[in-house]
Write a protein that binds this ligand. Structure first.
Ligand SMILES: *Cc1c(COP(=O)(O)O)cnc(C)c1O
Length: 427
């Protein structure tokens, strides 16, 4: 796979280089120069999830990695199921939360860990990542106790749920966590600063693990094929998929899927009140506001890092602007829609509810809707129990984590302080 930097076309890298460097020059993200169509999508759809995913990833990555190596990496990374559940007539929920940290971030996090373990054998590596809630846990679990790899996670203090936080801050060992006095965007800015700091970058062997890393995006393409494979055959051609969006990595993966042949007619990327993209779609003016806190905190992002990739595909007409919807949902509608879904007998946490809302707002008759459940409701226990007036059972991984002490340290929203700590501790 040949990629180029979307902010500096002269920077071309291989897949391996893109995974190892994360972000390109001028903080540009890497994007494939070419997304070739898959040969026989129908027979791919007949395969099981792991076999099909290996083929899709081999197709995307190309001959940089042998197919049997990719097959092994996929087997290790995707060791939990994807479930498609009928919620209403013509509306299905794609449950992506059956992995070890109960959110879809396990797919990308675990495949990226496989890639880095593969590419950096023996070399000292530090994974530095900002999390708005769920990436941290997925990455921490994927790298926990891996030799020669340290993980540093920054998260906005007090702005993620207790369950989200406990799933990564309780691990210790090679997992180092910092609660930043600021927003997720502030955490992302500190990470970007570290990558621009050549001394820190080389002494620590820095690598990023947030959704800008291309290995996470290609991994996420795979479950969209699984969604279509699980739909009744006669409905496949009319699928409208709705993705709750924050950093726009997940919907970017869906669109990459569409470009290489995934039968998906329409895509919705629905945000909470951090609605930079929905406003951009109306007037083509990029005007991020200050980040607002919401019930769907993993989507509290006002400068989505993956948008340039999505926009590239739209501007290139690889996916039509006419088939791409991006609207926003406010807090009171999020609560209302959680209650509405609950009346059908299904329990959705706030992010999932936003995807459902976006689907209902844009779904035309004749189409079949699939909305993504990006996290297990128990991960948002406080808000789900309060809004739906129910009591949730805690799945075992969560109950275990909740019982352990938080090992994170507080830190000011100041890159120089982070720099000193990192160099002292890991340099
Ligand atoms: C990360 C996350 C999202 C947003 O995904 P993006 O790829 O950042 O758009 C949505 N829901 C949950 C539960 C998440 O953890």
């Amino acid at each position: 796979m040949q990629l180029h930097n979307l902010k500096d076309d002269s920077q071309k890298v291989s897949f391996v280089e893109a995974v190892k460097t994360g972000l390109g020059r001028n903080q540009g993200v890497f994007f494939p120069e070419l997304l070739a169509p898959l040969a026989d999508v129908d027979s791919l759809l007949d395969m099981d999830f792991v076999t099909r995913s290996s083929k899709i990833l081999s197709h995307l990555i190309g001959d940089e990695l042998p197919a049997d190596t990719i097959a092994l990496m996929v087997q290790n990374a995707f060791n939990f199921p994807v479930k498609l559940v009928a919620v209403e007539d013509n509306i299905y929920c794609l449950e992506l939360f059956h992995g070890p940290t109960l959110a879809f971030k396990d797919f990308g996090g675990r495949f990226m860990a496989e890639c880095l373990a593969q590419f950096s054998q023996g070399e000292k590596t530090t994974i530095l990542t900002a999390t708005s809630g769920d990436t941290g846990a997925a990455v921490a679990h994927a790298f926990y106790n891996k030799p020669n790899i340290d993980v540093v996670i920054l998260y906005p203090k007090g702005k993620i749920s207790l369950a989200q936080q406990k799933l990564f801050t309780t691990l210790g060992n090679n997992i180092h966590c910092y609660a930043v006095d600021g927003s997720f965007d502030d955490c992302q800015a500190m990470v970007k600063n570290a990558f621009l700091d050549s001394e820190v970058k080389s002494r620590l062997g820095l690598n990023s693990a947030n959704s800008i890393n291309i290995s996470r995006l290609v991994a996420q393409v795979c479950y969209y094929f699984e969604a279509i494979a699980q739909l009744p055959k006669e409905q496949r051609a009319k699928a409208h998929i709705s993705v709750p969006s924050g950093n726009f990595g997940n919907v970017c993966a869906a669109m990459i899927g569409a470009v290489i042949g995934l039968p998906v007619a329409k895509l919705s990327a629905t945000t909470n009140q951090n609605d930079t993209v929905p406003r951009f779609m109306l007037d083509k003016n990029w005007a991020p506001n200050t980040t607002i806190e919401s019930l769907s905190n993993a989507m509290d992002v006002s400068k989505p890092n993956n948008w340039p990739r999505v926009q590239t595909m739209l501007d290139n007409k690889w996916f039509s602007y006419d088939d791409f919807y991006s609207t926003s949902v406010d807090e009171s509608d999020t609560r209302a829609v959680m209650k509405k879904i609950h009346q059908t007998g299904y329990v959705a946490e706030p992010h999932t509810a936003i995807a459902f809302h976006g689907l209902k707002a844009n779904l035309a008759t004749d189409f079949v809707g699939v909305f993504l459940a990006t996290a297990h409701p128990a991960k948002f226990k406080e808000s789900v129990e309060e809004i739906l007036n129910i009591e949730l059972e805690m799945p075992k991984p969560l109950a275990d984590a909740l019982a352990k002490p938080c090992l994170a340290e507080g830190i000011a929203n100041d890159y120089d302080i982070l720099r000193e700590i990192l160099l002292a501790k890991l340099g």
